[in-house]
Ligand binder design. Structure first.
Ligand SMILES: [Zn+2]
Length: 112
């Protein structure tokens, strides 16, 4: 035997739940659209900044190379440019070290 009161209650519950779910879905869609717009605004200036170095990749690598070249140490004894050498004998045979470019006039060395 059907209960009209229960049927009406459940119908109202479903209707209200349906409306709530629908409102939630609309709110979620609006929120997603809002977030998308905020993200787009946030990424647009970033994109143009990132696009500039990408246009000239060589201009990025050249300063990096010259920075590495300027990182070469100077001789602690005579301040001349050091060159990377490999020890041929002795305790450190096979190990790399910085040797003075003025060798053999200057025997200044630095550990790598
Ligand atoms: Zn030297």
């Amino acid at each position: 035997m059907p209960n009209p009161q229960l049927e009406q209650f459940s119908h109202e519950l479903l209707t209200k739940a349906g409306v709530t779910i629908l409102l939630c879905a609309i709110a979620a869609l609006l929120l997603r659209e809002l977030l998308r717009r905020v993200e787009r605004k946030a990424t647009q200036p970033g994109r143009s900044e990132r696009a500039a170095p990408e246009a000239e990749p060589t201009s990025v690598s050249i300063p990096a190379y010259s920075a590495a070249a300027s990182a070469l140490p100077n001789c602690p004894a005579c301040d001349a440019r050091m060159v990377k050498r490999r020890a041929r004998s002795g305790v450190n045979a096979g190990a790399e070290f910085w040797g003075c470019s003025g060798y053999p006039g200057c025997r200044g060395t630095l550990p790598v």
